[in-house]
Design a protein around this ligand. Structure first.
Ligand SMILES: Cc1cc2nc3c(=O)[nH]c(=O)nc-3n(C[C@H](O)[C@H](O)[C@H](O)COP(=O)(O)OP(=O)(O)OC[C@H]3O[C@@H](n4cnc5c(N)ncnc54)[C@H](O)[C@@H]3O)c2cc1C
Length: 522
């Protein structure tokens, strides 16, 4: 079943009467809610102001994890829930989530026993959904797993297992899953206001960001799933509403695999500001991060600060013998955590990572906080609440074992199209019909032309940024290469979408401007 923006928009306009549930925001939280709602049989609409996963949901550390750090903080219930969700997600989207080994290198005498015991507790909490038992590693074993780890003072390590995934690909597959179950989902559709009858919210005003057209649509339950933009929707409802979000920026740096060539990731439990630092192999590169910097206002394109880049490079050089520097950075990207305020606390590292679900006096339902890993449970709680608020018939949640679009077990990880799961069969068909679509787009990246055609035809990509940032991950893996690919991607899309040279030129210029923030000058 293809995704098609025009068809979805037409459905919205043709629909007489109300949707049961309208969701504002197409990140992990909103998309999960759309899947849950549609799979229960509720008529469902999701509106996203930009592209699906444009916000925080394409900028994560790419881990499906219980959160070893929250265990350190004693938040056992959060870890327990996340570990359960980790186990379910790996079953429901095996083409996108894989088992990843992590090694905690030990330099102090107490670290081995301390982290060894901690990881055993982590294993125990995961129970039957565990991904493998943690264990101590000798010095030699640690070096075998992490050939480029700093060896001065190294005593050994502890190995444990968590999940790793492709965040925006999962988001796109959730769009398809919700659509398959009957939901309408529209990207580039911004909610500009809320409609009310007798002070109760019962619809939204929408601006089509592509045609400029504005329209209204009604729904029995309206859900605010807008991440760091939560407060702007709360203020549409009540201009005096108290702000609840404290955005916290996290930056990642991507470097070549030769800096950490093993299959295991590195996990440093305690950096200078008390954060966890990861070096995780991902799509043939290594992702380093992250930071935790409070910021004043939300943005769709947050920019990494110099101090954050320096912080990551300094710590990477402390643990990696190759000492990566600015010139080695292939991409730098920033994301904003939608943390929920707990009073006047300024330190975002200590704010709640749990999710918050609230119902305003008008009946507006707001879901925020949490993590990618727990999106399914957040969605379940939200739809339960929405059904109560809107008086919908009670339907059971069905997502615990619901297969996500593309579901394919035992994917061949050497297949460059593996992350498409079942869809790779269709992509290979495209290549059979037009063999030139099998050509790669850049010598430094694995992406082929067929993926661009597929994204435009089947995955609702509207711009070259959608393709280069979220259908493929070119901007995160090698931002310079992504700019070099841009003209060819624009031509392929233009052919597919019936666009002209002016469109191609405008796309390439806009994209090249945007990508500058991902490229570090040495
Ligand atoms: C640096 C960093 C690393 C992380 N790493 C991990 C990790 O490894 N594992 C993990 O499980 N979690 C991780 N997280 C957390 C996880 O990424 C977030 O919890 C999750 O992506 C939040 O999703 P969301 O849908 O709530 O927000 P978003 O993804 O931001 O989605 C909200 C959407 O609402 C849209 N929107 C806003 N206003 C409107 C409007 N008026 N009309 C229509 N649409 C609107 C926005 O455009 C946006 O797309 C990380 C977060 C950060 C910042």
């Amino acid at each position: 079943m293809s995704l098609n923006r025009d068809a979805s928009l037409q459905n919205v306009k043709d629909k007489s009467g109300y949707y049961d549930i309208i969701i504002i925001g197409g990140g992990a939280t909103g998309l999960g809610t759309a899947v849950d709602s549609a799979a229960r049989g509720y008529s469902t609409l999701l509106l996203e102001q930009h592209d699906f996963a444009k916000g925080t949901s394409s900028r994560s550390t790419k881990l499906v994890h219980g959160g070893v750090r929250y265990l350190q903080q004693g938040n056992v219930s959060l870890v327990l829930e996340a570990l359960r969700e980790r186990g379910l997600l790996i079953q429901n989207a095996p083409h996108l989530v894989r088992n990843q080994s992590f090694v905690v290198p030990n330099y102090d005498w107490w670290e081995g026993p301390f982290y060894g015991v901690g990881m055993k507790v982590y294993d125990m909490l995961a129970g039957k959904l565990g991904l493998g038992p943690s264990k101590h590693l000798s010095l030699e074993e640690t070096i075998e797993h992490l050939p480029t780890i700093e060896q001065e003072g190294l005593r050994g390590g502890v190995i444990y297992y968590d999940g790793q995934f492709d965040d925006s690909r999962l988001a796109i597959n959730l769009v398809s899953t919700a659509n398959y179950h009957g939901a309408d989902l529209v990207n580039y559709a911004k909610v500009t206001g809320l409609l009310k009858t007798n002070d109760m919210v019962d619809g939204v005003t929408v601006k089509d960001e592509i045609s400029g057209e504005e329209f209204e649509v009604n729904g029995r339950a309206i859900i605010n799933a807008t991440g760091v933009f939560t407060d702007s929707v709360l203020k549409m409802d009540n201009p005096d509403a108290k702000t609840i979000i404290a955005p916290s920026q996290g930056v990642h740096i991507v470097i070549d695999k030769e800096f950490s060539p093993g299959d295991s990731a590195i996990m440093v439990p305690q950096t200078d500001d008390g954060r966890v630092l990861f070096a995780v192999p991902w799509n043939g590169k290594v992702v380093l991060g992250t930071t935790d910097t409070p910021v004043d206002s939300p943005s769709l394109e947050p920019v990494a600060m110099e101090e954050e880049i320096e912080f990551i490079l300094k710590h990477a050089a402390q643990y990696l013998t190759g000492d990566p520097t600015r010139k080695d950075v292939r991409s730098v990207f920033a994301g904003l955590r939608p943390l929920v305020k707990a009073g006047d606390d300024e330190d975002t590292a200590s704010l709640s990572r749990d999710h918050t679900l609230q119902v305003s006096d008008s009946g507006l339902i707001t879901i925020t906080g949490g993590k990618w890993t727990t999106y399914r449970k957040m969605a379940q709680d939200t739809v339960d609440q929405a059904a109560t608020v809107a008086g919908l018939s009670v339907e059971k949640c069905t997502t615990e074992h619901l297969r996500i679009h593309g579901w394919l077990k035992n994917v061949d990880r050497n297949d460059p199209l593996a992350h498409y799961g079942e869809d790779r069969v269709q992509i290979n068909k495209l290549i059979k019909e037009r063999p030139e679509l099998g050509e790669t787009l850049h010598e430094r990246l694995p992406y082929i032309k067929a993926e661009v055609v597929w994204a435009a035809r089947e995955e609702m990509a509207m711009t070259i940024e959608d393709v280069l940032a979220r259908r493929t991950r070119a901007i995160l893996l090698d931002a310079k290469a992504s700019v070099e690919m841009a003209p060819e991607v624009a031509s392929l899309m233009a052919e597919e979408m019936g666009q002209n040279q002016a469109w191609i030129d405008e796309q390439v210029e806009t994209y090249s401007d945007l990508a500058k923030a991902y490229i570090l000058d040495s």
